[in-house]
Design a protein. Sequence first.
Length: 174
Amino acid sequence: MPLPLVWLGAGAAALFAGTKLTREIQKSQGYINHFPGECKRAVQPIDGAVVCCGIYEVFQHTGIWVDNNIIELRGNGLIRGISPERFLTERSGNTIFVACDKHRQPLVKPDTAAVASSRLFEYSEYDLLSNNCHRFTMHCVTGVDRQITRFAELNATMCATFNTKIYWQPIINA
């Protein structure tokens, strides 16, 4: 039975290598400067800021910071507000990151917090590829509902929306 373990290990290594390659491509395309975890300078999030946390060091989960909570699209389709501690529960990371500009100021559009808050307790048919947390997050930021599947697409859309590279900074612990 060691052969299945070898294949599993090879698959994990390929996934990790693919993640590293995707990061380098995003940096070379100018969308992002710091990925989550690449910079230690902590920032205080503000209402309407885009936040994320890691999931098994391969995926990211995103939401909107509002009143010291995070509004997210959960995997069951419920849009809910949760504490930062709950946002990290059942995920591999122990840090929340906020999208900032080069001056480490959180990137915020004026109506983002209001749009996110207005969607609380709604259900949205969750689908990992066509209707996930990244799509919900960018809809709150831009007011436009368009398909965003991957964290890379979220970064590219945020870069275009805010006309700046994205610097993912850890948040100051409350």
